[in-house]
Design a protein around this ligand. Structure first.
Ligand SMILES: Nc1ncnc2c1ncn2[C@@H]1O[C@H](COP(=O)(O)OP(=O)(O)OP(=O)(O)O)[C@@H](O)[C@H]1O
Length: 355
């Protein structure tokens, strides 16, 4: 699959001028609220006709404003999943699912229904009405309905945003299965670093209507997202593999580049690929090896960058090839006499495991 998108569009005071290309897997459109993610998705879907631009899917031109080509949304054969499930309240789950088939060019069979029902874990819900389902269950049905329309591409606009943390955690494994087993490429809009780190193969980072970075999630989500997200979620996203589990402590050892991290082992098995999210505000810098700390992860490294702003300093430490970010007050940086090239220890207070 190849998708090429170029679009320029003005909404009142907002100007979108963004482009990217995607090749299969999950491509996340990521950025702050109001950065233009949904607008870009709606342009791909054909729900918005931009002032100028091009959308090409597998060599088929769906939109080209210079040649006045515009393929209507239903002729694009893309599935769309919104923040809310938008199920038909008067139809059962089964009928909602089968409704998706009406739009399929090649009608899916009963096998397709069984496969989608199994993939999303909704077999026990088929005869229920939508209002007898939890938000997470409704969203799984909405995804199933979109899949059964046999889409060439699935467009998902913050599909978890309306759910509480527990429901999000319940549905994320199904989205992973969708990515790994359904074979349908996905464009996934989100402003959650957790979802993106866990699901995306490629990230397109949007800021004020423009694409400011694209590429591998570990690369795009690390460091450069501070401005896009605000500091709360800024940090490093490190790719690793589970080396082993310690049954007694319940911890797993995850090998990143040259170092290892201990993380909660629940649900992990040896050999599993994971992404680890280390928030810059959860890292302390020490100039000598600390003793007697509760923190499990203390990584030796070397300072490669010191960026000062008003009253804080963002420190980048290269720890065996992985970059760890720490934000400390200017006062602390002065007091410790931090300098480029200095050997330090990054003390990680907690890590979030994303996959
Ligand atoms: N139909 C419209 N008319 C006027 N302004 C619009 C319209 N659609 C979007 N906008 C504006 O365009 C900007 C980008 O909106 P968009 O929904 O694409 O952002 P987003 O990144 O998806 O945000 P969120 O995460 O909050 O959904 C916003 O300032 C929004 O108010």
């Amino acid at each position: 699959m190849t998708l090429i998108v170029e679009a320029g569009h003005g909404f009142g005071g907002f100007r979108l001028r963004a482009g990217f290309s995607a090749e299969g897997g999950v491509t996340a459109l990521f950025g702050r609220s109001g950065s233009g993610k949904t607008s870009l998705l709606r342009i791909i879907a054909g729900l918005v006709r931009p002032d100028e631009g091009k959308v090409v899917f597998n060599d088929q031109v769906l939109l080209d404003t210079s040649a006045t080509i515009f393929l209507k949304p239903h002729r694009r054969r893309f599935g769309y999943v919104f923040q809310e499930a938008r199920l038909f309240p008067h139809l059962s789950v089964r009928s909602n699912l089968l409704y998706g088939r009406r739009f399929a060019g090649n009608t899916p069979t009963g096998d397709d229904l069984a496969r989608v029902v199994e993939l999303l874990g909704i077999s026990q819900l088929l005869d229920r009405a939508p209002d007898a389902l939890s938000g997470g269950e409704q969203q799984r049905v909405a995804i199933g309905r979109a899949l059964l329309s046999a889409p060439r591409l699935l467009l998902m606009d913050e599909p978890l945003a309306a759910l509480d943390e527990e429901r999000k955690a319940e549905i994320l494994p199904y989205l992973e299965r969708l990515r790994d087993e359904a074979g349908v490429p996905i464009i996934y809009v989100s402003h959650s670093i957790t979802e993106v780190a866990r699901l995306a193969d490629q990230v397109v980072l949007l800021e004020a209507g423009k694409v400011v970075a694209t590429g591998d999630p570990s690369h795009v989500l690390s460091g450069c997202v501070a401005s896009a997200l605000g500091r709360r979620e800024a940090g490093s996203v490190l790719s690793g593999v589970v080396e082993g589990l310690d049954l007694e402590s319940g911890l797993a050892r995850v090998k990143i580049k040259q170092r290892s991290l201990l993380v909660p082992g629940h649900g992990l098995s040896a050999g599993k690929a994971v992404r680890v999210h280390v928030l810059e505000r959860d890292v302390i810098i020490a100039v000598s090896e600390p003793q007697g700390l509760s923190a499990l992860n203390i990584l030796p490294g070397r300072i490669t960058s010191l960026e000062r702003d008003d009253d804080t300093v963002l420190i980048t430490a290269n720890c065996g090839g992985d970059e760890i970010f720490a934000r400390v007050t200017s006062f602390s940086a002065e007091r410790l006499g931090l300098s480029l090239g200095q050997e330090v220890y990054a003390v990680i207070k907690s890590v979030a495991l994303e996959r």
